[in-house]
Design a protein. Structure first.
Length: 263
């Protein structure tokens, strides 16, 4: 397999300074920003034929319990659900779902977001609860053993230790759950197809439930809807994206959550 250079650029916001009370400094981190994002892929060499990657689809979906729609089925479903929409409306819906899916996928693959959100008190829930400068973690410059020694010596809980010796990790969050719900509701207004409207409403409902309950399963449901809607409806991921990557296991996975394919 020839090598591919993959460049995923999620438009980044500027690092913003934030003030923290008392004596603690603030650790600042860059994060993604608005609903527009570049998903730029630079291919240095052409890949060998894509038949092998397409065959991977069946194997990947054996574990998801659903049979993925074929390219022909995806194209037919797409034509049906986008009927009556203007080109501009279609492109805006596709772009926003793509960006949201990519951001969730990156958080899933590289930031263990579902593991962190299993804790209902995790600071990561601030992504759903707040916008602007939010705290998502604590940073500590010392090593693990020194931290444990201090905790035991001073009889501190983990939270008490970080509040005393740690520094807040601050990021800028442009969209909280309420903003995302408003965006999807706006996009839904341009859709004429009832099945796609239902899927978008499910996305809205799961987002609201995630914020209200802090139950990680609702976030998982959000991810599955975005994944299937991006890779198996508005795009055909195994071809539109798969030709640029070596590992298509994520692209090939199909969760079967969209109303449009449920007969």
């Amino acid at each position: 397999m020839k090598k591919i250079k993959l460049l995923l650029i999620l438009i980044c916001i500027s690092i913003l300074t934030a003030c923290q009370g008392e004596d603690n400094d603030v650790t600042e981190v860059e994060t993604g920003n608005d609903s527009q994002a570049d998903f730029t892929m630079e291919m240095t060499e052409e890949l060998e034929d894509s038949e092998e990657r397409i065959r991977d689809t069946s194997a990947a979906n054996e574990t998801s319990g659903s049979i993925a729609p074929t390219k022909e089925q995806v194209l037919a479903a797409r034509e049906a659900v986008l009927e009556g929409m203007t080109t501009e409306q279609t492109e805006r819906l596709t772009e926003n779902i793509k960006v949201a899916n990519i951001q969730m996928e990156q958080a899933y693959l590289y930031d263990n977001i579902f593991g962190k959100l299993e804790d209902q008190n995790s600071l990561y829930w601030n992504y759903f609860d707040q916008k602007g400068d939010i705290q998502i973690d604590w940073a500590y410059e010392g090593d693990y053993f020194t931290a444990k020694e201090i905790q035991e010596k001073e009889n501190l809980t983990k939270e008490e230790f970080y509040r005393k010796y740690g520094t807040p990790v601050i990021v800028y969050n442009r969209f909280d759950a309420d903003n995302f719900v408003d965006l999807i509701a706006e996009l839904r207004e341009s859709v004429q197809n009832e099945q796609l409207r239902e899927d978008l409403q499910n996305l809205i409902d799961e987002t609201a439930l995630a914020k209200d309950t802090h139950d990680m399963e609702h976030v998982n449901n959000i991810y599955k809807i975005l994944h299937d809607m991006d890779y198996y409806l508005l795009r055909y991921g195994i071809e539109d994206v798969g030709i640029y990557v070596n590992d298509t296991s994520i692209l090939s996975k199909y969760y079967g959550v969209l109303t449009v394919y449920q007969q």
